[in-house]
Design a protein around this ligand. Structure first.
Ligand SMILES: Cc1ncc(C[n+]2csc(CCOP(=O)(O)OP(=O)(O)O)c2C)c(N)n1
Length: 643
């Protein structure tokens, strides 16, 4: 029996250390062969992190035969460019046949991508966008807390990577929440792409971790016993621990050691053969060369992301009456609290968590925090970190909501969301204060590009509700959805959108269906296609036009990324469409409608109303008037299309 299983024994047995050393030697050969065959990749850091990888995937509670085992320890590799080292170790530990990784590293259709991806069994988080892995590890640890699962989380990083600010956000978060189950490793090889880390950007690595409330322990990163004992002690500590692992880039092949060139360059074939000799390994490069071209690379594990299904009761929708004036964000906060109360005592309910960045009163998550105080996490003004944490929590089966203002929760954190969708996460990003509707805060706070940005994130859902009634129902929809979702709303209070008979259009028995447009007013002369809280202005424009004998339909699109093609076809049949959005006119609803019309091959005149230049401070209604997004402007645009 291997002595280090689950870090239970006080130390590793001598025979196990010998076996680990032998595996490390062979795995270094794998690293060299895979990078040489691919003619690219990152052997240097792969070889300096080798002992840490091997120790963790040998001693942690993971199961190569069941990589997605419930309650497993999570090992997050943040410096994802060291993928050759990760694949070599995972292969040697039996997560998959190592030969597949050696033969097909970085090859089209292979599971063994240039930077680690979750489609390779054993990999927990796609990474390589440096600085995000510790936040993911914090997310895994918080999810373990919420789910009451006592697994441990290990996070490995580079030393150059420590220059990223997001790491300090994650450190503070782990310190604040006392994440004792979390152990971090910094591969201190002293080198990065441009040479010595201390010259590229001087940094006080140990002091930074210490200041943020971590135990800091120096360790020889190539000494299995030292790493084992330090990790074991870390797991028993009263706060999170970082091991500063002193290592050598290119370790194991003297001609590569301590040379930044090998950070991201492959050996030539001749150099590789010589290095294999230095490592005392057989030269089987030609065999793998044949395999690389002779067999097709595949990703047999692609579907195996194993996020548990969602079980959430959505409660009873609220209806805000015709005389009520309120804002979408209050409706979202109330519906969220309803969902929390409907699930908090249900044993089989998917756990819910809410993350806030110091904006609780404005983003209306206070009632949730009262209903489920243990599931509410105040992360402070650390949006990059929060965005990644929410994604990571969601892949552990926690329905996680990240509520923020649009400019911070969408614009500021775009790359974090991008990495989240690549990681098949399903968190809910809920952003208030979007559009010109943020008004007096001015252009720095007017998030007017949310559709444009999220159009790029393939597979995400985006909902822009028209009024508080639709917001209520959309909130309940995203609460039980398995997709990564963004819900966008403004800031202002508004009256409800009413049907022709004066009842709330989106209230009562109205059911929100993602991708379904709502015809708020029928009309055959023209169609106003509107998104979000400008719906009321569109209805007013409809009424003005009616008095002048023009019957313009009002169609509300709340799901611009899944446009309702049938509704747009009917709108186009009127011959004139005016799109209306509190969003940059070049990348939002109008562009999407234009695309649908072109793809349908129908003929129709299209006028796009939206944000054409950055706004100023002002009351939302004044701003809307300036851009022609008020009722008068919309009516005017419809009339113009009819000239
Ligand atoms: C956010 C981000 N910026 C830049 C890069 C490009 N990049 C890849 S590796 C690297 C250097 C990393 O140095 P270190 O963490 O010391 O890793 P090592 O050189 O030890 O492998 C850089 C700048 C990146 N992947 N992510």
């Amino acid at each position: 029996m291997f002595s280090g299983r689950n870090f239970e024994a006080p130390e590793l047995a001598g025979a196990d250390i010998s076996a680990l050393r032998e595996t490390a030697r062979v795995a270094r050969g794998d690293v060299l062969k895979m990078t040489t065959l691919a003619t690219c990749g990152h052997p240097g850091g792969s070889m300096s992190s080798m002992e840490m990888y091997l120790l963790l995937w040998s001693c942690a509670n993971v199961n190569p035969k069941d990589p997605w085992m419930q309650g497993r320890d999570r090992i997050v590799v943040s410096h994802g460019h060291t993928s050759p080292g990760v694949y070599a170790v995972l292969g040697r530990r039996g997560f998959f046949p190592v030969e597949q990784a050696v033969a097909h590293f970085r090859q089209m259709s292979s599971a063994f991508a240039g930077h680690v991806e979750r489609c390779a069994p054993g990999v927990e988080w796609d990474s390589g966008n440096l600085g995000q892995g510790l936040s993911a590890a914090v997310g895994f640890a918080l999810a373990g807390r919420v789910k009451k699962q006592p697994y441990r989380v290990f996070c490995l990083m580079g030393d150059g990577e420590q220059q990223k600010g997001q790491i300090s956000e994650a450190r503070r978060t782990a310190g604040k929440f006392g994440l004792r189950s979390l152990v971090a490793y910094v591969d201190l090889n002293g080198l990065q792409i441009n040479g010595e880390t201390k010259k590229v950007m001087p940094q006080n690595i140990a002091e930074g971790w210490d200041a943020d409330g971590w135990h800091v322990v120096d360790v020889d990163g190539h000494d299995f016993q030292a790493l084992y004992k330090a990790t074991r002690a870390a797991l028993a500590a009263d706060k999170p621990t970082v091991l500063i692992a002193h290592t050598v880039m290119g370790k194991g092949v003297p001609s590569m050691e301590n040379d930044a060139h090998w950070h991201g360059a492959a050996l030539s074939e001749d150099q590789c053969r010589a290095a294999l000799k230095e490592l005392g390994l057989a030269d089987d490069l030609d065999e793998f060369k044949k395999r690389r071209t002779g067999e097709k690379a595949t990703t047999p594990w692609e579907q195996a992301y194993h996020i548990p299904p969602v079980h959430i009761a959505t409660g009873t929708p609220r209806t805000y009456g015709p005389d009520v004036k309120t804002d979408n964000r209050s409706a979202w906060g109330a519906a969220l609290a309803d969902v929390a109360n409907a699930n908090k005592d249900a044993a089989d309910a998917t756990p819910i968590a809410v993350l806030d960045c110091d904006l609780l009163p404005s983003v209306k998550t206070g009632d949730f925090a009262k209903a489920m105080p243990g599931n509410f996490f105040q992360i402070g003004i650390q949006e990059h970190n929060t965005a990644t944490i929410s994604g990571a929590m969601s892949v552990c089966g926690v329905q996680t909501f990240f509520a923020d203002f649009g400019v911070f929760g969408i614009d500021e954190t775009y790359n974090q969301h991008r990495l989240s969708i690549l990681n098949h996460t399903r968190q809910k990003i809920v952003c208030t204060h979007c559009g010109l509707d943020v008004g007096e805060d001015g252009k720095t706070h007017q998030c007017v590009d949310y559709v444009g940005l999220f159009r790029n994130l393939l597979g995400t859902e985006l909902i822009v509700p028209a009024d508080p009634n639709q917001t209520d129902r959309a909130t309940r929809y995203i609460a039980q959805s398995g997709a990564m979702s963004l819900m966008v709303m403004g800031r202002s209070k508004m009256p409800m959108v009413l049907a022709g008979d004066g009842t709330p259009f989106f209230g009562g028995a109205y059911t929100f269906r993602y991708g379904k447009a709502d015809t708020v007013r029928p009309g055959a002369d023209a169609a106003i296609i509107v998104m979000g809280s400008l719906c009321n202005n569109a209805v007013k424009a409809h009424e003005t036009l009616k008095k002048e004998g023009i019957n313009a339909a009002v169609i509300h699109i709340s799901s611009p990324l899944k446009p309702d093609v049938d509704a747009i076809r009917l709108a186009a049949a009127t011959g004139r469409i005016v799109t209306v959005e509190d969003h940059v006119v070049t990348s939002g609803l109008g562009s999407i409608v234009a695309e649908v019309i072109a793809e349908l091959g129908v003929t129709c005149k299209l006028t796009k109303l939206g944000v054409t230049h950055y706004g100023s401070s002002g009351k939302p209604d004044e701003l809307y008037a300036e851009y022609g997004l008020d009722a008068a402007g919309i009516a005017q645009a419809v009339k113009k299309t009819m000239e």
